[in-house]
Design a protein around this ligand. Structure first.
Ligand SMILES: Cc1cc2nc3c(=O)[nH]c(=O)nc-3n(C[C@H](O)[C@H](O)[C@H](O)COP(=O)(O)O)c2cc1C
Length: 142
């Protein structure tokens, strides 16, 4: 059984909707898929997973959310090496810089980023949710 975990932060629900789409796409008979708000996630959830999706919107000035997501990502720096991961999140008015920075950071930690981070402007439309499901399906094959 493959362990897939999706760990996210969302203030107004846009990234949460993406996380739910990814979960939908990842579900199959060979995968145990868990969806965790970052406030409920532990370093062990990352250690024990085969594949991890991390989600966070662009906050601050092109940064991760600072009170929960940023410290969580810092706390897993030494355990993600060699793990298959994907990143996703919603953004408002920016150019997606937070996602490229985040991806570079995870690669520096040694994570295997299996596909470029999925970014969606504000709330995902039907097409956006389909993209989330596709990412989920990809996760469950890794
Ligand atoms: C405090 C704050 C800072 C933000 N900073 C950025 C930013 O730097 N760049 C950007 O594109 N969007 C920014 N946004 C917009 C959010 O990324 C956007 O509203 C997103 O859809 C929120 O996702 P959520 O519903 O998952 O919280 C910011 C929003 C807030 C509330």
């Amino acid at each position: 059984m493959k362990n897939v975990v999706i760990i996210y932060w969302s203030g107004t629900g846009n990234t949460e909707a993406m996380a739910e789409g990814i979960m939908e796409g990842a579900k199959n008979e060979d995968s145990n898929v868990r969806l965790l708000n970052v406030g409920d996630a532990k370093v062990e959830d990352v250690i024990n997973a085969n594949v991890i999706a991390f989600g966070c919107p662009s906050m601050g000035a092109e940064q991760l959310e600072e009170s929960e997501m940023e410290p969580f990502i810092e706390s897993i720096a030494s355990v993600v090496s060699g793990k298959n991961i994907v990143l996703f999140g919603s953004y408002g008015w920016g150019n997606g810089e937070w996602m490229t920075d985040w991806q570079e950071r995870m690669e520096k930690y040694g994570a295997n980023v299996i596909v470029d981070g999925l970014i969606i402007n504000n709330d995902a439309d039907k097409e956006g949710i389909e993209k989330c499901k596709e990412i989920g399906a990809l996760l469950s094959t890794k």
